[in-house]
Design a protein around this ligand. Structure first.
Ligand code: AMP
Ligand code: FE
Ligand code: FE
Ligand code: ZN
Length: 286
């Protein structure tokens, strides 16, 4: 069984529509794929239809942008009830704050002579998408200022950049509670990612999250080198948490490919057993 539990579509900063993402998963010979867009569940319906069409198992989820001590932490919420009001309200609040944040980042960049306008960035945000820095990057690529998203992040869009502006994001303990209350299963995404600052979360903070109801750690992720993976596996064993693996596929937005890291079927079975918010989509295999 090939299971990839973290992927993005055009409903956030991926470059493939939800239906294309599912088709890609089929082409990558996956048995199951998760759609986990940033701060939205709006891609679920389209992905569900595509899962039936392509005969692939779909795990619906969301990647919630959280913040702790001014730094970014991502929480995956699998199989939440998308109509749960407290969760949906929180996600809507984050998305709204992302719009004004985008405008402020563009103003700072433009004030320094970097060739970007708010209109050009909005043109890069697909309908219904959670807007993010990758869309600014896409506008910069279109303007010829940089060659790739990666270069835009390295030069101007990274977290320590003077152009960086925060958006509203809940504390991860609060987000774990929201996922749980919505019947979902909370898994901490790429806990030791270097790009967002090594050790954003201390072991103590991770213990606090486990006490709050966190169920798993995404140990096998493209951002994790071998020591980070080993540390995540050891920590999960110590805290009694599941481990997951994923590609964090973004289509052409990142270099990772679907299936680059996989999740053990037993971990997916445990997620399914714990979830009460939404069901896994399991079509007849073709
Ligand atoms: P935001 O949520 O708007 O703050 O943007 C963060 C998102 O940008 C992350 O979820 C990544 O998907 C993406 N990202 C971060 N670094 C890079 C990079 N170097 N190249 C492409 N995308 C990136
Ligand atoms: Fe992303
Ligand atoms: Fe992430
Ligand atoms: Zn992601």
């Amino acid at each position: 069984m090939r299971i990839d539990l973290h992927a993005h579509s055009t409903r956030s900063d991926g470059t493939r529509t939800p239906a294309e993402l599912v088709a890609d998963a089929r082409r990558a010979h996956l048995d199951a794929v998760a759609i986990t867009d940033h701060d939205t569940t709006s891609g679920w319906l389209e992905a569900t239809a595509a899962a039936h069409e392509h005969g692939i198992t779909l795990v619906s989820g969301v990647e919630i942008s959280c913040e702790r001590d001014g730094r970014s932490v991502h929480l995956l919420g699998y199989l939440v009830d998308p109509s749960n009001t407290p969760l949906a309200t929180e996600l809507a609040k984050a998305r709204e704050s992302r719009v004004t944040r985008l405008e402020r980042m563009v103003a700072r960049l433009a004030a320094d002579g970097i060739p970007v306008t708010y209109a050009a960035v909005l043109a890069k945000v697909p309908p219904g998408a959670t807007p993010g820095r990758p869309h600014i990057a896409d506008a910069l690529v279109a303007a010829g200022a940089v060659a790739t998203r990666d270069e835009a992040f390295a030069r101007w869009l990274h977290d320590q950049s003077p152009y960086y502006v925060h958006h509203y994001a809940p504390d991860p303990v609060r987000a774990v509670g929201l996922v749980q209350a919505a019947g979902g299963v909370a898994v901490l995404a790429h806990p030791f990612t270097q790009t967002r600052g090594a050790g954003v979360l201390t072991d103590r903070a991770l213990g606090e999250l486990a006490d709050a109801g966190l169920r798993g750690l995404e140990a096998d992720h493209p951002d994790h080198d071998a020591p980070a993976r080993a540390r995540a596996h050891a920590l999960a064993a110590r805290l009694g948490l599941l481990v997951t693996g994923s590609s964090d596929y973004h289509g052409a937005g990142k270099t990772t490919r679907l299936g680059d890291n996989l999740t053990d079927p037993a971990a997916l079975a445990a997620i399914e057993a714990q979830a009460t918010g939404a069901a896994i989509v399991r079509p007849e295999r073709r």
